[in-house]
Ligand binder design. Structure first.
Ligand SMILES: [Ca+2]
Ligand SMILES: [Ca+2]
Length: 244
C-alpha cells in the first residue's frame, strides 16, 4: 500500500518543532556573580546573585558548584531566581560544608526553556565576627540545552571583599593545590624572570610569589622557595603575622 505524503506536513512539523523546542546546542554565553565584587563587614548579611548573560538561549538545566575560602563566611540559604521559575522547574541546593562547596541545580520541564539574561539563583551569605575577603569561585559548571545535550558555558568568578582584613592563605603555593613543590618553584621563577602572572589573594597585601615578604619578586624569592620545597626551609613569611 502506498502512503500519500503531504508535502506541507513536513514543513508544518518543522515549524512546530522549531517553535516549541528550539534546536539543541543553543546554550552559550556566560554565568557570573552579581555583584561581581560584594563588600562585607563583620556580622553582615547580604545576597549575591548567580546570573547568566544574553548569550544563554534555550536553557534546559544547570548545575553549578560555588566555593569560597573562609569558614567565617557562610551561606544561610539559596533561593531560585526568576529565570527558570514558573516553568515546572526542579530547583534545589545542597551544602557540602566540609568542602566549602555549595551545589545548586535547576531544570525546567520540556518543552519549556529559558533565555538569558536573568538570575538563576540567589545566595544569602552571612559573616561572623572576623570575616576576611574571599574569592567566590565556580568550581563546577554544567549547562544543558532543551534536548539534554551538555553545553560549554563560560564562567566568571566573583569576590567578597572585607576591608581591613588581612589574609594570605596561599603564600608560596602559587597554583593553590595545598602544597609547595617543584611546580610552585617553576611559577616563582616565571614571575621573577619571565613576566609570569603574579597572583595575589583578596585580603593579602602581597603576591603569592613574594615568599620572603620584601614587596618584590626576585631571585631571593626563588632561593627561598627552593629551600621550602626541597630542603626543609622555612614556610613563606605570612605578612599578616609578621609585624610588617
Ligand atoms: Ca602548589
Ligand atoms: Ca620577595
Amino acid at each position: 500500500m502506498r502512503v500519500r505524503r503531504n508535502p506541507y506536513l513536513g514543513i508544518l512539523l518543522a515549524i512546530i518543532t522549531c517553535w516549541v523546542i528550539p534546536s539543541g546546542s543553543t546554550v552559550a554565553g556566560q554565568v557570573s556573580f552579581s555583584p561581581p565584587s560584594q563588600s562585607a563587614t563583620p556580622y553582615d548579611t547580604f545576597d549575591v546573585n548567580i546570573v547568566v548573560d544574553t548569550g544563554v538561549r534555550a536553557l534546559g538545566c544547570f548545575n553549578v558548584q560555588v566555593s569560597f575560602l573562609r569558614p567565617d563566611v557562610t551561606v544561610l540559604g539559596v533561593t531560585e531566581g526568576p529565570l527558570l521559575k514558573n516553568t515546572g522547574s526542579s530547583f534545589g541546593w545542597t551544602a557540602k560544608d566540609t568542602l566549602g562547596v555549595w551545589d545548586i541545580f535547576d531544570c525546567v520541564l520540556p518543552p519549556k526553556y529559558a533565555n538569558g539574561p536573568g538570575v538563576l539563583a540567589t545566595m544569602r551569605f552571612a559573616t561572623g565576627a572576623s570575616p576576611c575577603s574571599t574569592p567566590l569561585q565556580f568550581v563546577y559548571v554544567y549547562f544543558q540545552d532543551t534536548i539534554g545535550q551538555p553545553v560549554t558555558v563560560g564562567s566568571a568568578d566573583g569576590m567578597i571583599v572585607v576591608p581591613g582584613c588581612c589574609s594570605c592563605p596561599s603564600q608560596g603555593d602559587i597554583n593553590n593545590d595545598g602544597s609547595i613543590d617543584v611546580f610552585d618553584v617553576i611559577s616563582v621563577i616565571d614571575v621573577a624572570f619571565s613576566g609570569g602572572q603574579d597572583i595575589q589573594d583578596p585580603g593579602c597585601p602581597i603576591a603569592r610569589s613574594d615568599v620572603n615578604n620584601d614587596q618584590v619578586v626576585d631571585v631571593f624569592d626563588v632561593i627561598y622557595i627552593i629551600g621550602t620545597a626541597f630542603s626543609g626551609g622555612s614556610l613563606p613569611i605570612d605578612p599578616c603575622n609578621s609585624g610588617g
